[in-house]
Design a protein around this ligand. Structure first.
Ligand code: TMP
Length: 208
């Protein structure tokens, strides 16, 4: 049974501007008087934020691709149980910066061809997709420059280079073709205000 709230995720390559757009959408919906929850993955609940540190700190070879999938999925399960599902049940709009599509891409396509494992684990332990996913599409070189200049100190994923960015971008666009009902692609190579206006229009079309 679907929940009364609306579950929105933002996806895209590193440096796509999706976190900025998620924040702007949250502010715009709040200004309309709607109750929202702005959250992120990996993380979003105290337990999942601890798992985030395990995942993003340390050397690149700290975890095998399979272990990484288990950790991202464990974090997601905690986040879903403690934050996302209760908020949706209470009728709120949940805006999540990355969700399962990121695992399908980064672990299922990027590090190894493990999409089958990602999907099976998702079905077994998560079993829920966003109502709407906004894919912020971005030129991979621009995205990489922006991500590197930010320097968050979360070293494991920042060491991935331009080839990986380009493959992830193609992978996300293919995913949008695979799930055309759920995923809307937004051209992120435009002024921030223009992108924010399109995002709000797409979301308003789904709101009661
Ligand atoms: P962020 O920069 O959007 O906070 O995401 C942190 C990194 O984690 C980013 O490089 C993508 C990566 N990631 C995965 O590899 N798999 C996942 O399932 C998620 C949610 C993020």
């Amino acid at each position: 049974m679907s929940a009364p709230g609306l579950f929105i995720s933002f996806e895209g390559i590193d440096g796509s501007g999706k976190s900025t757009q998620a924040r702007r959408l949250d502010a715009a919906l709040r200004a309309q008087g709607r109750e929202t929850v702005l959250t992120r993955e990996p993380g979003g609940s105290p337990g999942a934020e601890e798992i985030r540190r395990l995942l993003l700190d340390g050397p690149e070879d700290r975890w095998s691709a399979e272990t990484e999938i288990l950790l991202f999925t464990a974090a997601r399960r905690d986040h879903l149980e403690r934050v996302i599902a209760p908020a949706l049940d209470a009728g709120r709009v949940v805006i999540c910066d990355r969700f399962a599509d990121s695992t399908r891409m980064y672990q299922g396509l990027g590090r190894a061809a493990l999409r089958g494992l990602v999907d099976r684990l998702h079905t077994l332990t998560i079993g829920r997709e966003p109502d709407l996913t906004l894919l912020i599409d971005m030129d991979p070189a621009t995205g990489l420059d922006r991500a590197l200049s930010r320097g968050t100190g979360e070293a494991r994923f920042e060491s991935f280079g331009s080839d990986m960015q380009a493959r992830m971008r193609e992978g996300f666009l293919a995913l949008a073709r695979e799930f055309p009902e759920r995923i809307s692609t937004v051209d992120g190579n435009r002024a921030e205000d223009t992108v924010a206006a399109e995002v709000l229009r797409l979301v308003e079309a789904r709101l009661p």
